[in-house]
Ligand binder design. Structure first.
Ligand SMILES: [Zn+2]
Length: 202
């Protein structure tokens, strides 16, 4: 859905074009918006992990020798092994992903998870005796395969702990994550719009 009458220049970086769909708005690297979006998602995942008694620890030190600082450490996550999670947001409409993203669901999230996060963490995690899971979400809301594994396991634990049906708990967790992501995206787009060019339907 178009949010502008005509494309314009991003009012924050003053460099990139903000097209009528606001695509640049959710990937603009200026100001701290992308960091805030990431940190809010980490906090939402951390909160769900706490509720599931996984005792999450922020930015654990166990990979510091490799210069790595993943987002979360979970205690006895799967098969009595600890797990580290690193969370990221990627945009399927960026130039390097847009062609493949148009035909292959979750191409951007899965590619980013494999080529950036897995390359960075997997070997170091194996040496440290923990499992690594990349949790990459596309700005449009789809999570990569390894994130889905985490969310499936996490929601099973939560449902058992709270004695609630699994579909209900899984829906709640995805809703919480989605609201967190789209709220941050909305803030990013709105901050970058020249107010006089807002679409009349907004
Ligand atoms: Zn910008």
């Amino acid at each position: 859905m178009p949010i502008l009458r005509v494309s314009t220049k991003c009012s924050i970086c003053n460099k990139e074009k903000l097209d009528v769909y606001g695509d640049h708005g959710v990937m603009c690297g200026w100001s701290n918006d992308r960091i805030s979006r990431h940190n809010n998602l980490v906090a939402t995942i951390e909160s769900a992990c706490s509720a599931a008694a996984l005792h999450p620890k922020r930015e654990p030190q166990l990979l510091m020798a490799n210069g790595l600082r993943p987002d979360l450490l979970l205690t006895t996550f799967s098969l009595a092994r600890d797990a580290i999670l690193d969370i990221a947001v990627t945009c399927p409409t960026q130039d390097k992903y847009i062609m493949m993203s148009a035909s292959k669901p979750l191409f951007a999230a899965n590619t980013y998870a494999a080529t950036v996060k897995d390359n960075k963490y997997t070997t170091a995690a194996q040496i440290a005796g923990v499992d690594f899971y990349a949790m990459v979400v596309e700005t449009t809301g789809g999570w990569c395969e390894s994130a889905t594994i985490v969310i499936n396991k996490l929601t099973k634990l939560l449902a058992a702990r709270e004695e609630e049906p699994l579909p209900k708990i899984r829906l709640q967790v995805y809703q919480q994550l989605s609201v967190c992501l789209q709220r941050a995206n909305s803030i990013m787009i709105l901050k970058r719009l020249p107010h006089t060019d807002w679409h009349p339907d907004l």
